[in-house]
Ligand binder design. Sequence first.
Ligand SMILES: Cc1cc2nc3c(=O)[nH]c(=O)nc-3n(C[C@H](O)[C@H](O)[C@H](O)COP(=O)(O)OP(=O)(O)OC[C@H]3O[C@@H](n4cnc5c(N)ncnc54)[C@H](O)[C@@H]3O)c2cc1C
Ligand code: FES
Length: 329
Amino acid sequence: MTAVLGAHLHGGYATATRPMRVVAVDALTAEISHFRFVPADGTPPTPYQPGSHLIVSTGADGVRRNAYSLTGDGLLPTSYDISVLRRGAGGGSDWLHDNVSTGDLVDVEGPRSMFAPVLDQRNALLVAGGIGVTPVLSHARAIARDGGCADVVYSYRPGHAAHLDDLRALARCPGITLHETHRVDATVETLIERLACQPLGTHAYACGPAPLLDAYQALASEAGWPAARVHLERFTAPEPDPGDPFTATVSSTGAKVEVPAGVSLLQALADHGVAVPNLCRQGVCGECRIPVRSGTITHRDFVLTEAERAAGNSMLCCVSRGVDIEVDL
Ligand SMILES: Cc1cc2nc3c(=O)[nH]c(=O)nc-3n(C[C@H](O)[C@H](O)[C@H](O)COP(=O)(O)OP(=O)(O)OC[C@H]3O[C@@H](n4cnc5c(N)ncnc54)[C@H](O)[C@@H]3O)c2cc1C
Ligand code: FES
C-alpha cells in the first residue's frame, strides 16, 4: 500500500477525536451493518479523499480504537458512512453491532487518508473482496462523480454482499464496469483478464481478505505491472509467530528493553514507560512506525515498501522484531 497524496485539508477542518451522533444504523446483510455519523456539534463533516477511514472508539470504556473505511466519495459529505462486519470474536466491531443505535454518541477520529487514488491516474482497476468493498466503493463513487473510467471486480459470497446494489447502480454510469465473481477460480480468471487489458496509465487498488490480496499482487506482478501501480489496503493480518527474544536500546535514555518471544516491541516499550501511538497492532495500519538508529530489523508488517525496508531506518514495532535494535525515541 502506498500513501500517494497528502491530506490537503484546510486548517479549520476537524479531524481530532470528537463526539459524533449516530443518525442511522441499517443492516446490509446478516453480518454487516451500515452506520451513519454526523459531528455532534453541528459542524459540517470534513471532506476526505476516496479510500479514507475513521477511527471509532469502541467498547464500554472506549479504549479500543477500530478503523473503518468511509464509503462516500468524500467531496462534500453531509455525513460519515461506514459499514462494519461483525467478526464474532467479541471485539470492537461486535460491540458496535450490539451497543450502538440511532441517537447515540460515539467518539470518532478522522477522516484519515492511507489509501488515496493517485492524482494523475487515467484509469482505475478496483478489486474488492467481502467487506473490503468499503474503500473500493469510495474510489468508484469518486471516479463516477468525476466522469472517469474504472473496471470494478467484486468477489463476494451470494447473499452476503454489502453494497452490491450501490456498485450495480454505479455501473450504469458511462466509464464504470462491474465484474461480479463468487468462486476463487472465477475471481482469479477475472483478475488475470482485467489485469491484461487495462490501458496505459491505469492504477490498480484492492481491498479484501489476505488470499485475494496475495493473488492480486502475484497476478499483477506476473502480468508485468510495476509495483508502484499496484495498491492495496489490508484490514487485518494473521497472528505472526512469537519470534526470538531480543534487546532494544532507547536512544534518549540508554535504557535496555528486553523483548521476550511472543511479546511485541510496542508492548515492551510501553511496559518501560515509552508509549508509541498504535492502532491495529497487526502491522497493517502504519500507526506504530518508529525511527531506528542501528541494528538488524526483521520486518513483519504489510505497510513499508521494499525501499523503506531496505533503508533500515524505521520499523513497525507492533509486529517487527530484530537484533540489537537502537530505537530513536
Ligand atoms: C484502514 C482500515 C480500514 C478498515 N475498514 C474496515 C471496514 O470498512 N469495515 C470493517 O468491518 N472493518 C474494517 N477494518 C478492520 C477493523 O478495523 C477491525 O480490525 C476489524 O473489524 C476487527 O475488529 P474486531 O472487532 O474483531 O477487533 P478488535 O478486537 O476490536 O481489535 C481491533 C484492533 O485493536 C487491536 N487491539 C486489541 N486489543 C486492544 C487493546 N486492549 N487496546 C487497543 N487496541 C487493541 C487489535 O490488535 C485489533 O487490530 C479496517 C481496518 C483498517 C486498518
Ligand atoms: S499499530 Fe498498526 S501497524 Fe502497528
